[in-house]
Design a protein around this ligand. Structure first.
Ligand code: SF4
Length: 189
């Protein structure tokens, strides 16, 4: 038999009762929140740990409705985090569902003080034009000693921790094809 004094008995009983109800209420609330949602598996974009997340969305099947994110949680099947998320990752929904999130490209022309919203087609066309201009101007076939180097030092590329091996493979092909050497990745791959 447990050796409890009166005070310990009351504390223990209260903790058990409230703990049980809280756990049940939390479980029910979570069940209601994600009921009938679609789930998409993804990766937390914040740091190089690359924890797996499950994004619950709703509204895909509803006419005239825009799909929206209902809930984001750790992916229990992901071997990296096994369902857990740190305090930053747990706030991911606020990162996605946020009025201040940029969803369209912005361009600030040389000498301009204001950013201007442009379309994705305009942004891609502009990037292609700038890459071609820069490569035509700065591509180096041979170094000062006459050795073949075929490099372009004036364009750099950055990647992120959510880039998959396949994306990194294609990015490598793309940049080496252009002669681009500077590369940085948040995950230091
Ligand atoms: S949940 Fe935390 S530790 Fe995991 S990837 Fe996101 S920021 Fe990094």
């Amino acid at each position: 038999m447990l050796d409890l004094n009166r005070r310990q008995f009351f504390i223990s009983s209260a903790a058990t009762a409230f703990g049980f109800r809280l756990a049940a209420a939390t479980s029910t609330a979570r069940g209601l929140r994600v009921a009938k949602t679609n789930q998409v598996h993804s990766v937390c974009p914040y740091c190089a740990v690359g924890c797996g997340v499950v994004i619950h969305t709703s509204g895909e099947q509803v006419k005239n409705a825009r799909p929206f994110v209902v809930h984001i949680e750790g992916d229990p099947d992901n071997p990296i985090n096994r369902g857990t998320l740190c305090s930053k990752g747990i706030s991911l929904k606020e990162f996605v569902v946020n009025d201040r999130r940029l969803t369209k490209p912005l361009h600030r022309a040389a000498g301009a003080s204001e950013w201007k919203e442009i379309s994705w087609d305009e942004a891609i066309a502009l990037a292609v034009k700038k890459i071609k201009e820069t490569r035509d101007r700065d591509f180096v076939e041979k170094d000062a000693q006459g050795r073949i180097v075929n490099r372009l030092d004036t364009i750099g590329m950055i990647g992120g921790c959510t880039d998959t091996n396949e994306i990194n493979y294609l990015l490598g092909k793309f940049r080496f094809g252009l002669g681009i050497l500077p590369y940085e990745n948040q995950a230091r791959l």
